[in-house]
Design a protein around this ligand. Structure first.
Ligand SMILES: [Zn+2]
Length: 113
């Protein structure tokens, strides 16, 4: 389950931020997770429960913001939703589709005390 190592990294980054800010506890963490990032939100939530134990993030509220896949075709200029990691344009079928959003997996907000 690669969500486990992803979440371990995210918790480590969150802790580092919190420590630098002199915080003793992390209240909430908001993640931005793209539809095409390959990470499953339910698995991230489960992994977070496991990974946050004994860290500043233990008991923190985890919020996951899903980002839909969206991009633009360099050939036909169509701007459209995209639900798979592919360079094939859903509109014209040419190999020129470039994703603008949907692959992100990052820490968006941190609430600390
Ligand atoms: Zn196209």
């Amino acid at each position: 389950m690669h969500e486990l190592s992803l979440t371990q990294n995210l918790v480590a980054i969150a802790e580092e931020h919190a420590r630098k800010a002199g915080a003793v506890v992390i209240r909430s963490i908001t993640l931005e997770v793209g539809e095409l990032s390959g990470a499953i939100p339910e698995a991230l939530e489960f992994a977070f429960d496991v990974c946050s134990k004994g860290t500043l993030a233990e008991g923190a509220v985890l919020t996951i913001r899903r980002v839909p896949g969206h991009g633009r075709c360099a050939v036909c200029a169509a701007e459209t939703a995209c639900h798979e990691l592919s360079a094939v344009c859903p509109a014209c079928g040419a190999l020129g589709f470039e994703l603008a959003t949907g692959t992100e997996l990052r820490l968006l907000e941190l609430e600390i005390d």
